[in-house]
Design a protein around this ligand. Structure first.
Ligand code: AMP
Length: 365
């Protein structure tokens, strides 16, 4: 059976047209018809494949604004919560669903006031804040029919499992579960088996078309002291492109961004010492193209879908090879062409070998 958007209700078709979505991506083709039939799903899909709409479309199709809260979507990071909320809001524009996000780093008081005044139809949240608000009895999940766990692998990596288990224990049993994860290892599988219904469906789509096309280049330097001037050269060679520069520590992010500013570049940083508001502000400037260079640490940039990034620079080579794969995945989204340059000094050799090994394993899988 071939799924197309024309099989959806008119309000959704209109919204999709407004969003410029003409045809479903492969993961949407697989996941949406199964989810509409009511199956639980375990979807293997990374950010950039269209996974948000893969669970968002069935939720919007199956929810009405008079029904109270019908869907809870959990994401590991605040930025992802914001992105998911934004997309669900756009999808449900013509159904008028109320979509709200709740995450740490913002005022609990504001959440309290909001929930006093209104009942969201779709709740998007990160584990800590959601648990906090749920313990205060601020949600009514009696009509909840959809539970989404987005980026399940990251949730586990980031140590959210206990909060997630607690949250799930508070939900009505008769609900549809949609779990998505970029990687499926034993831990994710175990989590899925514990919570998905027995007849759940596994969907995985990796097509050539969707594989990011990324040109990876190693720039070998005889000492780490040469990195800054090499970076400057690269940035001058890519004057019109959006660039993310990944560095190791918060201090590096601050220092390197400052130094680049001194050298005349328009740049912002993204790191864990910034408040939520500062980070959102940096991201907004970058998204809107007002600033084209971001100097970021890994944690601060997890899960972000930043459009049109054509170059990722690894100023420091990450110790963990998975981090390298995630970083370069920021470019070359949905079939676009991207570049990933790594500045390699002699002390990076070991880390480089670990990356090579992981890439070989992934190629075989
Ligand atoms: P996601 O994997 O959900 O983070 O989505 C990645 C990007 O693809 C987002 O910017 C979406 O707006 C976009 N997108 C999702 N589905 C489609 C589609 N069917 N057609 C065009 N763009 C899409």
């Amino acid at each position: 059976m071939d799924f197309s958007f024309s099989q959806l209700s008119l309000p959704l078709q209109r919204a999709l047209r407004d969003m410029g979505f003409e045809k479903p991506t492969p993961i949407q083709k697989e996941a949406i018809p199964l989810a509409l039939k009511g199956y639980d799903l375990l979807g293997q899909a990374a950010t950039g494949t269209g996974k948000t709409a893969a669970f968002g479309i069935p939720i919007v199709e199956g929810s009405d604004k008079g029904e109270g809260t019908t869907a809870l979507i959990m994401t590991p990071t605040r930025e992802l919560a914001l992105q998911v909320k934004e997309q669900l809001y756009l999808l449900s524009k013509y159904k008028g669903l109320k979509v709200y996000s709740f995450y740490g780093g913002t005022s609990v008081q504001r959440d309290l006031e909001l929930l006093w005044k209104t009942t969201p139809n779709v709740v998007v949240g990160t584990p800590g804040r959601m648990k906090d608000l749920m313990m205060r009895g601020l949600f009514n999940f009696d009509n909840l029919r959809y539970f989404v766990l987005d980026e399940a692998d990251r949730m586990l990596d980031m140590g959210f499992i206990e909060d997630i288990e607690w949250i799930i224990s508070q939900l009505p049993k008769n609900r549809q579960n949609l779990f998505f994860s970029a990687t499926i290892d034993e831990k994710v599988e175990e989590l899925a088996k514990r919570h998905l219904r027995k007849d759940y469906k596994f969907v995985k789509v990796i097509t050539e078309e969707l594989k990011p096309k990324i040109e990876e280049r190693l720039i070998r330097l005889s000492s780490s002291g040469q990195k800054l001037s090499e970076l400057e050269k690269i940035l001058k060679d890519h004057l019109l492109e959006k660039v993310i520069v990944f560095v190791k520590t918060k201090k590096d992010a601050k220092d390197i961004a400052e130094e680049l500013k001194r050298r005349g570049f328009n740049v912002v940083s993204l790191h864990g010492d910034m408040t939520q508001r500062q980070r959102e502000n940096s991201l907004r400037l970058f998204r809107e193209g007002k600033v084209r260079i971001v100097v970021a640490t890994d944690v601060a940039s997890r899960g972000l879908d930043i459009k049109g990034v054509s170059l990722v620079v690894n100023y420091h080579i990450p110790e963990d090879p998975e981090v390298y794969i995630h970083r370069i995945g920021r470019t070359g989204r949905i079939g676009n062409y991207g570049k990933a340059y790594s500045l390699v000094s002699p002390e990076d050799t070991k880390a480089l070998w670990r990356i090579k090994k992981l890439k070989e394993q992934n190629a075989k899988a």
